[in-house]
Design a protein around this ligand. Structure first.
Ligand code: ADP
Ligand code: MG
Length: 757
């Protein structure tokens, strides 16, 4: 690698032409509309219904509703229909597609091709055909020992199964050169049924919260003819995905980006995000073209991307979908990241999902917008204009407050990783203290209910003329309470968990991770609170079948008081908040190894096992995996940085030092002034010594690293010993970068990566 390579890539990047996107065309040669394209690569329930005999489809529908398990005849029929559809779409292979505990998805392709041997007069005749059986659709057996299992699977007992998740539709992904594969979304479990993946526990948590929420609904809402009981309640999720894009040529010259996903060194340029001109700015042409192609590909896969924009940091962008049922939304977020990654490649771009690829500018999150919905399409966290539904709203609202208060530390755990540690608490992302923001109006309503008084109208805003974006009105019916406008403009960007009008937004989640674990824990924590609330409601109701308004209000009031400490409306970045949170007894978990421990904390483990979302063994395995991954990632960073230091930074510094000393000597020889060179040398030389020292320190720390068989110790060593050394080394490298003549610098610089899109 040389400085010339850097220059070549930069000049090349400026001249890069855009690809032409191929929109599917209809019969009259016009572009198909996005709505026509939407879902064309998905074997939807509708398509299934069309292609299956009625009784078979009915059987499947019953299975989906939890009626019974899939029988062989039904499975074979579905597999056949799926194969016919897949072959029509030129697919050659199928794969179970699952989500092991390593933040990626896994797949192994099998061809539809089979051979059939027939005998004709004793002569074997072999013919080829395409087959796909019910058992191939339903189950597959990958080698579980090669995936993280936290000790639950060892190589000598490696059996693990992927099982079709019937709730998530099959789809076809386009590969290179026209290859097409049928994807079968699956869960991944061990021989004994333990979860080896993200999906199994998510499914468990969904049914737990669904049942708990239905129970409450049945207690507070009498069913009537025009308002039949909801049969199902599910959580909804919309994931705002942030990411960075850099030119692939420049990326190729950064070993740190390639190996660790972030720049381990790099000095901040004069201009980065200070002018606040990137957020919502004009999207660069190459990026817009890539985004459009991503959206087109995702539309085919039934992933509804709604918004796209420039984010705060240079080269940073965001895409957000229309929300969906959480389980599907998780699949779709993982598909989105995969498609972004692949399409970016075609535009000679590299998509960075790391939470903090560049030091000194904002990092990336994945805001998880979460709510509860009935199968009648009602959002249970939406304030509305009828009093009955507002009691319901408040009841579910306090359940969320209770869940987050009791298990905020566990929610923090779900966003803990070595990469997200760089973001949480860095004055740009929510801090490591989990509190809930409700907005001044809702706060005033809760305060008024608690204090049994009228709502302060000035705060609740019925008499003010502020802009009301989605002016739904909340009438609490209680005689003393006025109507409340839902103010979508009232926001607090510093809160890790904010109510945003009709949903909660969990903002601590990192951009790189799967949203599955955070949603699993959120579902569970709220389900647990709902169960508690149900008990209180039943007590309040006595022998009534349906709760009265007074009953509901009494319970709401109790929980408002109970959950006060988790509510915070102020600036989450302020130093006072840290002190205040400590007084309130809210945990402030700054580093990941501390957060990991919370998964085994008695109250959290008790809740997760009581609800049947995790077994104790699964929790211990998670704990093991999180620590192990954390330690390994930091070790890889330290090793990569050591290489950069010794092979790139020091040689550049040495070369420049030699040039300076040679020219100083030459100048002195002819009796000329050499003071500037000498001054520069005097700055550079001690830095070289410091760099040399820190490279030795890194080396030593890597040698002292606890064995990975003890992941908890390894993670602590990585966190408290190796990480600070990485930071120290980085500071020195960045000083050297600023001093050394550009012609000696081999690595693309921040300003170059920021300005070549
Ligand atoms: P904001 O601008 O407040 O972040 P948006 O309306 O743009 O809110 O929504 C952000 C994300 O929240 C989108 O992905 C959107 O689909 C999602 N969202 C909206 N309503 C819900 C809901 N009821 N449940 C889950 N997600 C939702
Ligand atoms: Mg948002």
């Amino acid at each position: 690698m040389s400085q010339q390579a850097r220059i070549d890539v930069i000049s090349g990047a400026y001249g890069r032409a855009n690809r032409k996107i191929e929109f599917p065309k209809n019969a009259s040669g016009k572009h198909e509309s996005m709505s026509d394209i939407f879902g064309t690569n998905v074997f939807s329930i509708k398509k299934m219904a069309k292609s299956l005999p009625k009784p078979v489809f009915e059987n499947f529908r019953q299975q989906l509703k939890g009626g019974h398990t899939l029988d062989k005849v039904t499975a074979d029929a579905i597999a056949h229909a799926a194969k016919v559809w897949a072959l029509e779409h030129n697919a050659t292979h199928f794969t179970h597609w699952f989500q092991p505990l390593n933040d990626t998805t896994a797949e192994k392709h099998d061809s539809f091709l089979s051979l059939k041997t027939t005998f004709d007069n004793g002569l074997a005749e072999i013919s080829a055909l395409e087959t796909f059986s019910g058992s191939e659709l339903c189950q597959s057996e990958p080698d579980a020992s090669s995936f993280p299992s936290g000790g639950m699977r060892t190589t000598f007992e490696a059996r693990g199964y992927t099982v079709w998740d019937t709730k998530s539709p099959m789809f076809i992904q386009d590969g290179p050169h026209g290859t097409r594969v049928l994807y079968v979304p699956s869960v991944f479990i061990s021989y004994n049924g333990e979860a080896l993946d993200e999906k199994t526990v998510l499914l468990r948590s969904s049914s737990v919260i669904s049942k708990a929420a239905l129970d409450i609904l049945n207690l507070i809402e009498p069913a009537s003819e025009d308002h039949p009981r909801a049969q199902n309640i599910y959580t909804t999720l919309g994931t705002e995905q942030e990411y960075f894009l850099v030119d692939r040529g420049l990326y190729a010259l950064r070993p740190d980006l390639k190996t660790t996903g972030r720049t381990l060194i790099g000095s901040l340029p004069a201009r980065h995000q200070q002018l606040e001109d990137h957020y919502f700015g004009k999207i660069p042409t190459r990026v817009l073209a890539a985004m459009s192609e991503v959206e087109l590909e995702l539309a085919k896969l039934g992933v509804p991307i709604k918004t796209r924009h420039n984010e705060v940091a240079p080269c940073q962008f965001e895409a957000a979908p229309i929300f969906e049922e959480a389980m599907l939304a998780v699949d779709h977020n993982l598909i989105t990241m995969d498609v972004m990654h692949r399409v970016a490649h075609k535009y000679k771009l590299k998509c960075l999902f790391h939470e903090k690829p560049f030091k000194g500018v904002n990092g990336s999150g994945k805001h998880c917008n979460w709510s509860l919905s009935t199968d009648r399409g009602e959002n249970l966290l939406s304030p509305s204009s009828t009093p009955e539904t507002n009691y319901r709203f408040l009841l579910f609202l306090v359940a969320v407050l209770k869940g987050v208060m009791d298990h905020g530390d566990l929610l923090r755990t779900t966003a803990a990783s070595s990469s997200n540690d760089h973001r949480l608490g860095a004055q740009e992302a929510p801090p490591a203290i989990i509190s809930v923001f409700l907005g001044s109006e809702l706060t005033e309503v809760l305060d008024a209910i608690e204090e049994n008084r009228a709502v302060d109208r000035a705060v609740a805003g019925t008499t003010t003329t502020q802009m009301r974006v989605q002016g739904t009105t909340l009438d609490l019916k209680v005689a003393t309470l006025p109507k409340l406008n839902r103010d979508m403009t009232d926001r607090n960007r510093t809160s890790p968990f904010a109510f945003t009008g009709n949903k909660f937004e969990f903002r601590a989640v990192g951009s790189k991770q799967s949203p599955a674990f955070p949603v699993t824990v959120l579902n569970s924590a709220v389900a647990s609170a709902l169960l508690e609330i149900k008990e209180d409601l039943l007590k309040q109701m006595g022998d009534k079948a349906v709760a009265s308004e007074e009953d509901i209000l009494a319970v709401i009031r109790k929980y408002i008081t109970l959950t006060k400490k988790v509510r915070f409306e102020g600036d989450n970045y302020a130093e006072e908040w840290v002190k205040e949170a400590e007084k309130r007894g809210l945990p402030n978990i700054v580093k990941s190894p501390e957060a990991f421990k919370r998964i085994l904390a008695p109250n959290n483990a008790e809740m997760l096992t009581r609800l049947g979302v995790f077994t104790q063994a699964e929790l211990e395995s998670r704990f093991h995996i999180m620590n192990e991954k954390y330690a390994k990632e930091i070790i890889i960073e330290a090793q990569t940085l050591w290489g950069l230091l010794v092979q790139h930074v020091l040689p550049a510094a040495f070369s420049y030092r030699r040039e300076l000393s040679e020219s100083a000597a030459a100048l002195k020889q002819i009796g000329a002034e050499a003071a500037p060179e000498m001054k520069w040398l005097a700055q550079l030389s001690p830095l070289c010594s410091d760099l040399e020292d820190i490279s030795e320190e890194l080396d030593q720390l890597l040698n002292e690293q606890a064995p990975i068989e003890d992941p908890e110790k390894a993670a602590e060593h990585a966190c408290y010993k190796i990480s600070p050394a990485i930071e120290k080394a980085r500071e020195l490298c960045d000083k050297v970068e600023r001093l050394v003549a550009d012609k000696y610098w081999p690595l693309p610089k921040y300003h170059e990566m920021f300005s070549t899109l």
